[in-house]
Ligand binder design. Structure first.
Ligand code: NAD
Length: 340
């Protein structure tokens, strides 16, 4: 593996009260005693203080409630805490919401990212330059568009072809990140990840929705015929991949992170139903609850991600056993919702 390119110490993590950000903060506080974290989160419907309960070494974490698009606030945080590292998770993240109301996605994902980039450029230029600083943009495989059955998986050189307002807003942000490196030399890295699963995800997303419907004995909504394919990666694997890229990647680079684990939606839903059958046999078969509903507008058919570059160059690959961790995820949500 290559040598360390960056050692984070004073971090600004944005969107750290959401699903992936809170898992990342948990991992970092446990693993790196030299890091302190300011967590800037708007606490929108998607973020929750509950996700940050019982953090390890929590004296090194501070939650600030605010908007990444608030220039004054971001500038103050960068200066006051001598921030050397920004990891930008903050986003509007739900494709269905982006179809119903795209404006918030442009505001947070595009303008918010721009505000962070510009604040970093100014603050770091005025306080010693870019050496020892790093901006990490958390992006998605959805910027690459959709694949047919025999198409090769997305690589880092696949052209962007976003199809939903969500994906387009993430692609817009990624272009700004790239331009800030090319034009100003801002030390950026970007990671494009596939679908995550694990604890602390908002209930509106597919896996928690299916578990909750099984728990309540309600219909499980599945879009179209359920044939759409996604690559699934456990959130801990994703967070370890982010950490690897953050520390070891060269400035200006982008890497794909995937689980090499393609599943059709219907296969995934049936698998969850199978886990529920084992845990709640009195309600089996849960698959009887499956309810095919009108397809999402413009629904991408298949995502697949080629992570060979990060494996070859930085030594990261997904470690987790999908079936074991999917079952653990189902148990985690059941225990969270017990009594609700
Ligand atoms: P999430 O919706 O669970 O969390 C987003 C967080 O951002 C929330 O805590 C929310 O309060 C906060 N936020 C929203 N707008 C904000 C603003 N203007 N200022 C400050 N905070 C704001 O999302 P997630 O699933 O944890 O995704 C995190 C990042 O990872 C996103 O950038 C997303 O595009 C990307 N991503 C997610 C997945 C996935 O499967 N969940 C896959 C690939 C990439």
């Amino acid at each position: 593996m290559s040598t360390v390119a960056h050692q984070p110490r004073q971090m600004l993590v944005t969107g750290g009260a959401g699903f992936i950000g809170s898992n990342f903060i948990r991992l970092l506080l446990a693993d790196d005693p030299s890091v302190s974290i300011v967590n800037l989160d708007l606490l929108s419907y998607a973020g929750s203080r509950e996700n940050l309960r019982n953090l390890p070494n929590e004296s090194r974490h501070r939650l600030v409630e605010g908007d990444i698009g608030d220039r004054g606030l971001v500038a103050d945080l960068l200066a006051e805490h001598h921030i050397d590292t920004v990891v930008n998770f903050a986003a509007e993240s739900h494709v269905d919401r982006s179809i119903a109301g795209p404006e918030a996605f442009v505001r947070t994902n595009v303008q918010g990212t721009f505000c962070l980039l510009e604040a970093c450029r100014r603050a770091w230029s005025e306080s010693g330059g870019f050496a020892g600083r790093r901006f990490h943009q958390i992006s998605t495989d959805e910027v690459y568009g959709t694949l047919g059955p025999g198409d090769p998986a997305f690589s880092e050189s696949t052209p962007f072809a976003p199809n939903s307002p969500y994906a387009a807003s993430k692609a817009g942000a990624d272009h700004l990140v790239r331009a800030y490196h090319h034009t100003y030399g801002l030390p950026v890295v970007t990671t494009h990840c596939s679908n995550n699963f694990g604890p602390y995800q908002h209930q509106e997303k597919l896996i928690p929705t299916v578990i909750r419907a099984c728990m309540d004995g309600r219909p499980i909504p599945v879009y179209g015929d359920g044939s759409n394919i996604r690559d699934w990666l456990h959130v801990d694997d994703h967070c370890r991949g982010i950490d690897r890229v953050l520390r070891y990647a060269a400035g200006g680079t982008a890497y794909n992170l995937g689980g090499d684990n393609e599943q059709s939606n219907i296969a995934l839903v049936r698998r969850i139903c199978g886990v529920m059958d084992e845990l709640r046999p009195e309600r089996a078969p849960h698959a009887d609850l499956i309810d095919f509903v009108t397809d999402r507008l413009g629904h991408d058919w298949r995502y697949a991600i080629n992570s060979e570059a990060v494996s070859r160059e930085l030594g990261w690959q997904a470690q987790s056993d999908f079936e074991v961790l999917l079952a653990a995820t189902v148990r985690w949500y059941l225990s969270l919702w017990q009594g609700t």
